[in-house]
Ligand binder design. Structure first.
Ligand code: AMP
Ligand code: MG
Length: 510
């Protein structure tokens, strides 16, 4: 059961008794709990036998108005994983549904996660503080409610990389080892992730609400989401259509940014598609090395549904599911509601293309777009694929061409001579601008990362951390926090996996 009555259970009351009574670690203000009691169950994190802090994001803590030193104390660590409820927190498991690989699951929800509460940060932004791996909840189905050290540190690594790349993302505030074991293919050390997000509203939240909670709750959910994420929609002629339009735009821009850094999310189910436009859930995600639109990393994605090149299309499919769940808000008349949704959705390809083309122009050092540029870009992508060119190294090497080094760019192609004509074309175009080549190259370096989370490097760091050595993860995160600034001694972070290492495979069962 999900509903207001859950507030009155003994379990909910007991939460207060367990609150950390000393000075508040965070100033919570829990709007979701207030606004949407039908969409959660109050719940409590499971105890951990020997909690120890593996990573704390000091800057993110300070941004939350929290004192990192207080979070490092045993009381702080216990609060970070919800085993003692920090003052003002109201931990809940949220309900949601979702299409997973195209199939509808009517009841997903936080199976191993809890929303501790919301904090208005030092910039005045409301942010969720959320736990993952904190034990079974009423939504756990067959799951054990747990998470392992490796995958939770992966959330830290990828979240920090995305943030530094300028891509909207959820981020890890802390990763805490529980001292308990988690059984997967092998026995692994357990961990809890404390995650910060603009919210945990998903397409799947709307799907669950439309299917289970009735029109009034759906409207309240939409109003809550508008106030939180897309406030301009509130004053539009048709606020709910305007809200939908804003989500479509935010998500189109997000996936365009993913494409430009070679990110493959790997599990773009509707429960992993946010209303805020942030990236969420870094389970089977990975970054491409050689440019190939068909790249799939996830071991369970047999059809390539969530492959690199499919992401913009599958996102549109997810956004259509969001429209379906909101039709009753768009118009009382179903035909008119469908027409309104269709009009927004039909604008999606152009929105995506706009975001993508603008981004690609910046990557290629083209200040203003000209009619021929699209062909230049399309021809480049074809060449990158044919010539097995490393996606990340390529754009930095192009900036090098403007500084007089053509050798590096050519060396990235299987057959260097095959890219000469294109390089000439691009060079001609990039140097035919008001700003000189040195400035253009510098601008390119500000948008084209040198350091991304290379799959083999991430994997090695997580393996070391699982065995107890955190140094490689710490160093990797430091490198990824400044992805555009070349620093000596970090060459290995710029390299693709060595030849012969075989295809990289990621797993969902984290
Ligand atoms: P994810 O793949 O992490 O996005 O999770 C999809 C759904 O499965 C969500 O409802 C999760 O809460 C649930 N889930 C994933 N792993 C577990 C687990 N170990 N125990 C309970 N629920 C889980
Ligand atoms: Mg998820």
């Amino acid at each position: 059961m999900v509903g207001p009555a859950a507030h009155r259970t003994g379990r909910a009351r007991s939460l207060h008794a367990m609150s950390v009574g000393t000075s508040a670690l965070f100033a919570f203000d829990n709007s979701f709990v207030r606004d949407l009691p039908e969409l959660y169950r109050p719940w409590q994190a499971e105890p951990a036998s020997a909690p120890s802090l593996l990573a704390l994001n000091d800057d993110l803590a300070r941004e939350r108005g929290a004192d990192p030193d207080a979070l490092r104390t045993p009381e702080g660590v216990a609060a970070l994983i919800g085993v003692s409820v920090p003052e003002g927190a109201e931990p809940i498991a949220q309900a949601y549904a979702g299409h997973q690989f195209g199939n509808y699951s009517p009841r997903l929800g936080d199976g191993r996660a809890l929303l501790l509460g919301e904090i208005v940060d030092v910039h005045g932004r409301r942010r969720d503080l959320h736990l993952k791996g904190s034990g079974r909840t009423p939504f756990a189905r067959g799951g054990d409610g747990k998470a392992a050290v490796g995958p939770m540190l992966r959330e830290l690594v990828i979240g920090e990389a995305m943030h530094a790349l300028g891509i909207p993302t959820t981020r890890a505030l802390a990763v805490v080892a529980t001292g308990d074991h988690v059984v997967r293919d092998t026995v692994l050390p357990g961990a809890v992730l404390a995650r910060v997000a603009a919210s945990h509203l998903r397409v799947g939240t709307f799907q669950w609400t439309a299917a289970n909670a009735g029109p009034d709750v759906l409207r309240r959910l939409a109003d809550h989401a508008i106030a939180r994420h897309h406030p301009a929609a509130a004053t539009a002629t048709d606020p709910y259509v305007a809200f939908y339009d804003s989500v479509v735009t935010a998500q189109a821009e997000l996936v365009a940014r993913w494409m430009m850094v070679g990110f493959v999310h790997g599990v773009m189910n509707t429960d992993n598609t946010t209303i805020s436009g942030e990236s969420i859930d870094f389970g089977p995600c990975a970054f491409i090395d050689r440019f190939d639109p068909a790249t799939v990393f996830s071991s369970i994605d047999h059809g390539g549904r969530y492959g690199y090149g499919n992401q913009p299309t599958v996102l549109q499919w997810n956004l259509a599911r969001l429209a379906e769940s909101m039709l009753t808000l768009f118009d009382d008349d179903t035909d008119r509601a469908v027409a309104a949704a269709t009009e927004v959705l039909q604008a999606y390809p152009a929105r995506f293309r706009q975001a993508w083309t603008t981004g690609m122009a910046a990557k290629l050092g083209l200040g203003d777009l000209r009619p021929d540029d699209r062909e230049l870009v399309d021809d480049m992508l074809r060449l990158m694929h044919d010539q097995r060119i490393d996606h990340t190294q390529w754009y930095r090497a192009l900036a090098g061409v403007l500084r007089g080094d053509t050798t590096t760019a050519r060396s990235l192609a299987a057959d260097p001579a095959a890219i000469d004509a294109w390089l000439d074309r691009w060079h001609h175009r990039a140097t035919d601008q008001a700003v000189g080549p040195v400035e253009v190259a510098a601008a390119m370096d500000r948008v084209n990362p040198l350091y991304i989370p290379r799959n083999h490097v991430v994997e090695a760091a997580l393996t070391a951390a699982t065995a107890g050595d955190l140094a490689p993860v710490t160093e990797l995160v430091d490198v990824l926090r400044h992805p555009f600034d070349e620093r000596p001694g970090l060459e290995r972070y710029t390299m693709p996996a060595p030849d012969g290492s075989g295809p990289y495979v990621t797993f969902c069962g984290t």
